[in-house]
Structures are given as structure tokens and as C-alpha cells.
Design a protein around this ligand. Structure first.
Ligand SMILES: [Zn+2]
Length: 1019
């Protein structure tokens, strides 16, 4: 499962809707209910109003003036409202914006107005019930993250027997909130509203920039845990909703209650399995498609990358560019290189190497921890809220958007929390956000600890010497290094909001710290900007950037040894025979290879850049035949064929050689007799080591048919053939046969087939710089050029592949590898670490090679010295999974699609080769009309229909029993009632079946289509 991106909750996102209208959207989610309710605060040039969910007038949200909302929340004086929003008088416009006719009305009058105007969503007719409805909405939908105690005191509730919207039935089950509790909650909500409106006005008056929806501050990434939890909650609630009616029916019908409940439980199970079958997450189909994906197991590098994928839930066809573009605030969180090409470009991202997703701490627990840490006795106390409005010199403290209290010493308060966090007295996931320099925000300190936030580790600049001490201490074992840096508070996790609010400036490298004092933090390594696949590319900062991106999708197709569990039963598996460690690689690459027990996805080949005889033009490469014969790029393909035999009542299946007189015994397949002779007579399966071909039976299976009696009344045992026949694989060897038994009545068998896949002309290869190409020619080594020392290159790549792609990383990789091959020293190729060409060049020179890596070569065919010097180095090359053997395809006759009667598409369906619009245009341009008719009609969906010469409609037939290319059987007649002359005047014409379909579909839409003939009777 991939991570799903979403917008954060409990925090306003404020944007300009029109020139004179600004909207703050707060998606409020309480920990308990999880479903969010969205409240909107809107600033207009003349007024401030609120949209509360479900308070509608004729299905349009009712504009509730802000002062009315304050009155509902029990603040009567406008002065108090102003003090909630702006105690220091920094927004002179506020009073004007708050002015509204309703400001002078009483609270009861406002509630009555809400009942009259805003309860159109309530279907209850009586005023009393409508009032209860409004009060219920204000209780549970107005900022539920702050609390759901309500707005009405118990004695104010209009009728104690209200029933549906709260009232006695609910209240009896729960504690009735006291007056004090309700007042406190209303107070907290007003403080929060003050916080939102203050920013809203500042942004509306263009004193602050509007919020950016694509900024990572406003983003959260749901990992599989929260996704499953939310989905389960939804399914379970749907299940609970059904339960009462089911139980009532069960009781009335004297049914067994347990079995009734159980029968309702299995839909719940299926509901939970559903997203894994269909791939889209959530109960609505078509939304969030692609959250569940099959894990790529081509090689050991792909799975870690798949586990760090992030999906943006937007339609793939979406044309808005902003969400797809790299956002600056994603630095260090998402990889700026790894994303697919095409429709989901920029929507599928990958976490960087060290970024992590917060797990989250419940607000209640966080508050307890804060209470213990900075309670009333501490020097910078967090004072618990009283009903008095926070004054000018009090700073409000929010925990996950919920007011916890106020403090008089914000600077010291923030410092204390920071210190305690770095000493791990408070959890490291806690983020402290204080916009101390922002006049509109500095009155609020937010302490966030919600889950799904992306954090990245940064090293504190002032602790860099401590870090150096730990890192240079030889007695510290390598695995402990990270722990020591973290535990000692040298490295801290910050999220983007904290990063921006604290004004953190991050240096890429420690040496930048010596220059100026402007940096507060250092990256652990500049490679942290990249994800797990982009970090594999040697010297990737020297490549043209799209090349790195291409590589990240290409490496997912590279052959390797996917895992050491050879018993795995994947549908497809490629095993490279001799994977090699690249001579020069990034540190992360080395680490991954170490983790996968030395298995990589490449082989190091001697690589030359030359055109040679031109057999490597258009991105193809020449490979030395003898190198391939010695095992270069050799691979095996394995596929698993599965079948199971179940015994279920009288229906019984067994693995056996199906008897000759079996019902439905396979006869011919593709013009060949199906071959049963290879089956083992005992097990009914082909034995291991057998060579099998298409048309051979791999698994013999027969099913017992229901009892049958012959004419003498004797019971006859009959079997039906359900064997599995090998198809579309060519020749293979039975690699392994595995039986599995599930209980007594169910056996299954896996037959693993193996095919050796030596490199063939047309197979695909690529370097680590995404220089992909196909094998153009396998040349004998004696015909290839050689150096003075007798070295013959394995791969010859055309020089034209370099200028347009600008993959300098590959050239440097080659040079560095050559030096490493000569002196045996390890060299790293990490990104952004600078390139030292001098070191490899000196090694080359000292060993008698040219500094530039070029060599004099001799033509293998003539023995003459070649004019140009040729760049010759060892370079890592991957073999990709696309092979000619899987692609060869031709067709003469074959299946056609039912609807259009045109040949099917695709190799798997044995389809035709598409003759598309561009091909059509070419023939039209050449005037090759007969060729066009041949392709598009005669060899496609040619069809004959009878047309009435009188009315021009398609005729019916007297007996239409047979479909085919020709006229259907029987005599055609015109079925048009108003057409009498038809019988004599029927003409047969040829047209594509697709146009017949079109005519029929138009007719179904009541559009008549007529075919007219020329007067002289010609066609
Ligand atoms: Zn007619």
C-alpha cells in the first residue's frame, strides 16, 4: 500500500476566492469521530460571515454573521468579540466588519432566526424540533475538535422529550454537561475562532500572503495504518447500521440470532477485503485508485522504494499543473527526481531516504505530558484557561488546534519545551510552532503532535562539534552512530511548519558553517534530498536531470536475483545468473547490496564509445558474443502454473492422467494434438526436469461427474477433463513441482517452468545513467577492436548517444571505475559530494594509461590501427525485462472483437497489428486507394448488408440463423411498414461492420440513417 496524501485538519487554510472575498476553511476532525466537518469563515469587504455545515437555506449554506456566531456562543458585547480577535487593537477595520443588524439582536432572537432561515435540511416540521436540530448541529458540527458539549444549558433545551436530536434519550445515556463545562467549551471555541479570523482579516487586507494548498506545511501523508483504521471504522459503522433491523427481523421470525449476525458479518469481511481486490481505497468506487499495488519484485532495490511511495488523490487526467510541480517546501521530504512519466507525473512521489511519517500522539495524552512538563509550578507556567478573554500579554497555547491554556512568558516557554524535547523528556514527534515575528500570529503557540506529518532529521549547527566528536570516535560502532546523535539531541526531527516558523536555514554541508553564522542546521548529507532509487545513480548531479528521473523508472525493470527465497511462487520471476557489484557506486547503493547479501541488478562490462561499423545506430549496442557465451547478462525466466483440486460434497477433483474416455478431453490446440504422454502416471503432473512445449499437458486433473446410470440401471463412473495445458511459452523445462495440502479435501500444485534467456538481438540494456538501448549485433571477439594490451570491449555504445543526453555522470563513472579496477581502491560516487577527476586520472597515468581514459585501438577485421582514440572503461550495465522473445508476434487469421468484428488488439489476445490513423493518412497521401481498402475493409471487418432501394434502410431477413461475412441466410425484405415496393428493390452492399454498428446505434437514438443509390442502378 502506498501513502495517501491529504490536507491537514484543525488548521485554517486561507485563500482569496475572488478579488474582494477571502475564505478560511477549517476541516475539523476530533480524535473520536474521525470524519471531518468543514466550517468556512468568509471575509467580504463589508462583512464577516460563517458557513456552518448543515445550516442551509434552500440547499445553499446560510451566511451567518460572525457577531451572530459569537452571540450563539454566549458573548453578547461587541467589545468582547473584538477582544477575542484583536486585543491589542492592531486591526482598526474589525469593528466595521463585525457590524451587522443582528449584532443588536438578543441570543434567543438569533437562534430563532437560525431556526427560521437555516433549517431547510431538517425534515421535522415542528419549530421545537427544528430548534433542537439547530442546537444539535452547533453541538457536533461546529469545530468538534475543540469539543462537542453543545451550546445550550440543560434547562434551556426546549423540550426534554425531544428524542431525535439529542434531548432526553441521548442525554440519559451520557453525562449532561454542566453550565461551567459548556461555558468553557464555548470560550475555547471563541478563542479558536479569534485565531482564525485574525489571520483571515490580515490575509483579506493583503497584509499577509494567502496560504498555498500545495505547501508541505498543509499536507499530511496517511500511511497504511491510518488508512486501514479509517476504512475499518467506516465499514464497521455500516455494519452496525444494518444490525438493528436484522436483529428485529430475527427476533420476529424466531431465527437463530447468532447465525443471522454471522451472515451479516461475512459482508463486513468482504467489504474489508474489497480494496485489496480492486486496488482503489475507500468505499466509493473509482476514488483513490492505485493505493493498493502489487509489490515490484524485479530486484532487491525496488521494494524499499515501493514502500516509500506517496500518492496524491487527484484524477490522472487532471490538467492543473500546480499539484504536479515540484514544490520548494518538499525539500528533504519527497524525492525531487523519482516520479513516473506521463499521466501520473508529479502525482506519484517517493519519500526521501531519511524522511519519516509521524505516528501521532493523542491530544489528551499530549496535554497530560505538557501539564507535567510546564504545569502551573514551572517558571514559565502554562496557565489553565479561565473564562476571561486572553489579554494583550497572554499567549494562547493550542495543542492540535485545541486551546490548552495561556502563558505569560512565550519565549521561555518555547525554549523550555525545545530543550525538553531534545533531551527526550517530551516526545520528538511533538512540533512547537510559534510565529514570533508575525504580528498576527505571535499571540499563539501551537503544539502539534498529530499523525501522518512528514518529518526530516536535521543536525543542529551549534552542536556540530559534538557530532564530529561522536562520528570520529573509533570506539563507537557504526550501527550506534545514529542512535547516539539522536539521543544526545544533536539531530532533531522537524516538520515543514516548524522549519518555516522557526526560521531554520539549512546548510547542505558542514563546511558551509565556517563561512557565516546564517545557518541554524546542517543536513545529515546532501543526498537526503533524494529518494531511495535516485540515490543509486553514480554522480547523478552531473547528469541532465530528466535522465535521473528515467533511471528511477528503468531500474524497476532491471533483472537481478530478486530474493534468496527460491521457493517463492511469483507468477513471473527473472533470475540473473551473475549479478555484480559495480566498481564505483554511491554509499547507499553499497549499503543496499550489503543488505541483500551482495546481490545487485547490474553487471560490469568493458564499455567503449564508438560508432564502429554502424551496427549500433539509433540507440542500439554491440555486445561481444563470446562474453555472452561466458555468461554476460545471462538470465533465467521462471513462471508458476497453479492448479488446485477440491473435494466438496459430491463434486470431487483429483490430479491424475485423465482417462481416454474422459468427457471434454482436450483434442487440438493451435493445430497440434494436445500431448498427455508426459504426465507422471502416479501423480498426474509432469515430473521435474522434463522438457515441455506448447500443447503439452502440465497438470492432469479430472473431475467426477454426477452419478450416471446406463440402460441396465448400472452405475457408471464418469470423469470430466480439467487439465492445464501449456500455452504461449514455447519451450521450457519443468523446474520444480510443489504440492500443498490445505486440510483433507483440498490439494494444490505449483509447477514452476524455467526458460533460459540468453541475450538476443533486440533485448534491452541500460546503464545507470538511463542510457538505454537494444542489442543491435552480437559480434565475435576477433572481429572487434582491441587495445595494445589485448583488451576487447564487451559493449560498444554509439557516440551519438552522449551529446543529446548529456549523461556526464556515466563518463565520470567510467573513468573512476577504470582507476578503481587498476589500483583496487574503493571510490564512492555520491551525489553533491563534488567530483575529483584528478585522483582517477593520476592513477591512470601512473599505470601507463591516458589521463582522459581514451585508448589507441586496432581494428579486429584488418588489424590496422584505428585513427581515433576510443573511450574505454568498465561501466555497470543492467539488463531490462523487455525481451524480443516476449514480444515477437504475427497473425494471419485470429480472434475478432464481438462488437465491431475487427481483429482484437494486443499480443496476448493474438490480435492484429494496428493500422492507425497516421498509417491511413500515409496511404491517403500516396493515393493508394486499393491498399487502403485492403487494410481497412477486406482484411478487417468487411460485411454485407441488404439495403432497401426504396427507403434506404437496412433490410431484415426471412430466416436469420447464421452470422458470417456474407449475407445472412434467408431472403431479405424491407420491414419498413410505409414502404411497399421493397420486395423487388433490395440491393446488397459491402461496408465495414463498424459502420453497421454506427447506423444501428444512431437508430437506437432515433436518428434515421439512409443509404441512397445512384439513379442508373449502379452501386
Ligand atoms: Zn424500404
Amino acid at each position: 500500500m502506498v501513502h495517501l496524501q491529504k490536507m491537514r485538519t484543525n488548521f485554517p487554510v486561507i485563500r482569496h476566492i475572488t478579488e474582494d472575498k477571502t475564505e478560511a476553511e477549517v476541516r475539523s476532525a476530533s480524535g473520536k469521530w474521525r470524519s471531518t466537518s468543514t466550517i468556512r469563515f468568509i471575509a467580504h469587504d463589508k462583512s464577516l460571515y460563517v458557513h456552518v455545515p448543515f445550516i442551509m437555506k434552500n440547499s445553499v449554506p446560510l451566511d451567518i454573521p460572525l457577531c451572530a456566531l459569537f452571540k450563539v456562543l454566549r458573548t453578547d458585547s461587541v467589545d468582547d468579540m473584538v477582544r477575542y480577535i484583536d486585543p491589542c487593537g492592531e486591526i482598526p477595520e474589525l469593528r466595521r466588519l463585525l457590524a451587522d443588524p443582528l449584532a443588536s439582536a438578543s441570543r434567543d432572537a438569533i437562534i430563532n432566526w437560525l431556526v427560521m432561515e437555516g433549517s431547510s435540511a431538517c425534515r421535522e416540521p415542528s419549530m421545537e424540533k427544528k430548534k433542537n436540530y439547530v442546537s444539535h448541529i452547533f453541538k457536533s458540527e461546529l469545530l468538534p475538535h475543540v469539543g462537542v458539549e453543545g451550546i445550550e444549558y440543560d434547562d434551556e433545551m426546549s423540550s426534554p422529550s425531544a428524542g431525535r436530536w439529542g434531548g432526553v434519550t441521548r442525554a440519559n445515556q451520557r453525562n449532561i454537561p454542566t453550565k461551567e463545562e459548556i461555558d468553557m467549551e464555548c470560550h475555547k471555541k471563541k478563542v479558536y475562532i479569534g485565531f482564525v479570523v485574525r489571520r483571515l482579516i490580515a490575509i483579506h487586507l493583503r497584509r499577509m500572503p494567502e496560504d498555498d494548498r500545495d505547501d508541505y506545511q498543509n499536507k499530511r501523508f496517511d500511511a497504511p495504518g491510518p488508512l486501514i483504521a479509517t476504512y475499518f471504522r467506516q465499514s464497521f459503522r455500516a455494519f452496525l447500521r444494518q444490525l438493528p433491523s436484522v436483529l428485529t427481523r430475527a427476533c420476529a421470525g424466531y431465527e437463530d440470532i447468532i447465525s443471522v449476525v454471522r451472515s451479516k458479518c461475512s459482508p463486513l469481511t468482504n467489504d474489508l477485503l474489497d480494496p485489496y481486490k480492486k486496488g482503489n481505497w475507500g468505499r466509493t468506487p473509482g476514488v483513490n485508485n492505485g493505493v493498493v499495488q502489487s509489490l515490484n519484485r524485479m530486484n532487491t532495490f525496488t521494494s524499499p522504494s515501493a514502500a516509500r511511495k506517496i500518492m496524491t488523490p487527484l484524477k490522472k487526467e487532471g490538467k492543473i499543473p500546480a499539484p504536479r510541480q515540484v514544490h520548494l517546501s518538499g525539500e528533504g521530504i519527497t524525492c525531487c527526481v523519482e516520479t513516473p512519466e506521463g499521466q501520473s507525473c508529479g502525482l506519484m512521489l517517493s519519500l526521501t531516504l531519511f524522511a519519516r511519517i509521524s505516528i501521532g500522539i493523542p491530544t489528551r495524552i499530549m496535554m497530560k505530558m505538557l501539564d507535567a512538563a510546564v504545569g502551573p509550578t514551572s517558571p514559565c507556567p502554562l496557565l489553565f484557561p479561565t473564562l476571561s478573554i486572553p489579554t494583550e500579554d497572554e499567549t494562547v497555547v493550542f495543542v492540535n488546534g485545541r486551546m490548552m491554556g495561556v502563558t505569560n512568558r512565550p519565549t521561555m516557554f518555547e525554549q523550555t519545551l525545545m530543550e525538553m524535547r531534545s533531551l527526550h523528556d517530551l516526545p520528538y514527534e511533538m512540533r512547537i510552532i510559534w510565529w514570533r515575528n508575525d504580528p498576527y500570529m505571535r499571540r499563539y503557540i501551537s503544539i502539534n503532535c498529530d499523525g501522518s506529518a512528514a518529518l526530516r532529521p536535521l543536525m543542529k549547527a551549534d552542536r556540530i562539534m559534538d557530532a564530529a566528536k561522536i562520528m570520529n570516535d573509533p570506539s563507537v560502532p557504526l550501527p550506534d552512530l545514529w542512535r547516539l546523535l539522536f539521543v544526545n539531541g544533536i539531530v532533531e526531527y522537524v516538520d515543514k511548519e516548524e522549519e518555516v516558523s522557526r526560521g531554520i536555514v539549512v546548510a547542505m554541508r558542514p563546511r558551509q558553517l565556517f563561512n557565516k553564522q546564517k545557518y541554524s542546521h546542517v543536513m545529515l548529507s546532501p543526498t537526503n534530498l533524494l529518494g531511495s532509487l535516485a540515490n543509486l545513480i553514480p554522480f547523478s548531479d552531473l547528469n541532465q536531470s530528466p535522465r535521473n528521473m528515467y533511471y528511477t523508472s528503468m531500474v524497476k525493470q532491471a533483472l537481478s536475483l530478486p530474493c534468496l527465497d527460491l521457493e517463492r511462487k511469483d507468477l513471473h520471476r527473472f533470475v540473473m545468473w551473475y549479478p555484480m557489484k559495480p566498481l564505483v557506486a554511491t554509499r547507499y547503493h553499497e549499503y543496499l547490496i550489503e543488505q541483500s547479501m551482495g546481490i545487485s541488478c547490474a553487471q560490469v562490462a568493458i564499455w567503449a564509445v564508438a560508432c564502429l561499423n554502424g551496427r549500433n545506430m539509433e540507440d542500439s549496442v554491440i555486445i561481444k558474443r563470446q562474453a555472452m557465451q561466458r555468461g554476460l547478462f545471462m538470465a533465467t525466466y521462471e513462471t508458476n502454473i497453479y492448479s488446485d483440486a477440491k473435494k466438496k460434497g459430491t463434486d470431487e477433483e483429483i490430479f491424475c492422467v485423465p482417462p481416454e474416455d474422459c468427457v471434454g478431453r482436450h483434442g487440438m490446440r493451435h493445430g497440434k494434438r494436445v500431448n498427455y504422454s508426459l504426465l507422471d502416471p502416479e501423480t498426474g503432473i509432469v515430473p521435474e526436469g522434463t522438457e515441455v512445449h506448447d500443447g503439452d499437458v502440465l497438470i492432469g486433473k479430472a473431475a467426477r461427474l454426477p452419478d450416471f446410470f446406463d440402460e441396465n440401471g448400472k452405475q457408471v463412473l464418469r470423469w470430466s477433463d480439467r487439465s492445464v495445458v501449456m500455452e504461449k511459452l514455447g519451450t521450457a523445462i519443468v523446474h520444480r513441482v510443489k504440492f500443498t495440502r490445505h486440510g483433507n479435501n483440498h490439494t494444490s500444485v505449483y509447477v514452476t517452468l524455467r526458460q533460459p534467456k540468453p541475450p538476443q538481438i533486440g533485448d534491452k540494456f541500460a546503464s545507470y545513467a538511463a542510457q538505454k538501448g537494444t542489442l543491435g549485433a552480437a559480434v565475435d571477439e576477433w572481429d572487434l577492436p582491441f587495445t595494445a594490451s589485448g583488451i576487447v570491449p564487451d559493449i560498444i555504445m554509439n557516440a551519438h548517444a552522449i551529446p543529446s543526453r548529456m549523461t556526464l555522470g556515466m563518463m565520470v563513472e567510467g573513468l573512476t571505475s577504470k582507476a578503481s579496477a587498476l589500483d583496487g581502491k574503493k571510490r564512492y560516487a555520491d551525489t553533491f559530494q563534488g567530483v575529483d577527476l584528478d585522483d582517477p586520472q593520476q592513477v591512470l597515468e601512473s599505470k601507463g594509461f591516458k589521463r582522459l581514459g581514451k585508448e589507441r585501438m586496432f581494428d579486429g577485421t584488418t588489424g590496422e590501427q584505428m585513427e581515433a582514440e576510443i573511450y574505454l572503461c568498465p561501466v555497470a550495465y543492467m539488463r531490462l525485462k523487455h525481451m524480443t522473445k516476449f514480444k515477437v508476434h504475427s497473425r494471419a487469421k485470429g480472434p475478432r472483437s464481438i462488437q465491431t468484428r475487427q481483429p482484437t488488439e494486443g499480443r496476448r489476445q493474438n490480435g492484429g497489428l494496428r493500422f492507425g490513423e497516421m498509417e491511413r493518412d500515409a496511404l491517403v497521401a500516396h493515393g493508394a486507394a486499393y491498399a487502403l481498402q485492403d487494410r481497412l475493409l477486406d482484411n478487417s471487418d468487411s460485411f454485407q448488408v441488404a439495403i432497401c432501394g426504396n427507403c434506404g434502410y437496412i433490410c431484415n431477413h426471412t430466416h436469420s440463423s447464421r452470422f458470417g461475412k456474407g449475407v445472412r441466410a434467408g431472403k431479405p425484405y424491407c420491414s419498413n411498414k410505409s414502404c411497399r415496393l421493397a420486395k423487388e428493390d433490395v440491393k446488397v452492399i459491402t461496408l465495414p461492420f463498424a459502420s453497421n454498428v454506427l447506423i444501428r446505434e444512431l437508430e437506437a437514438m432515433h436518428i434515421s440513417t439512409k443509404i441512397r443509390f445512384k439513379q442508373d442502378g449502379a452501386k
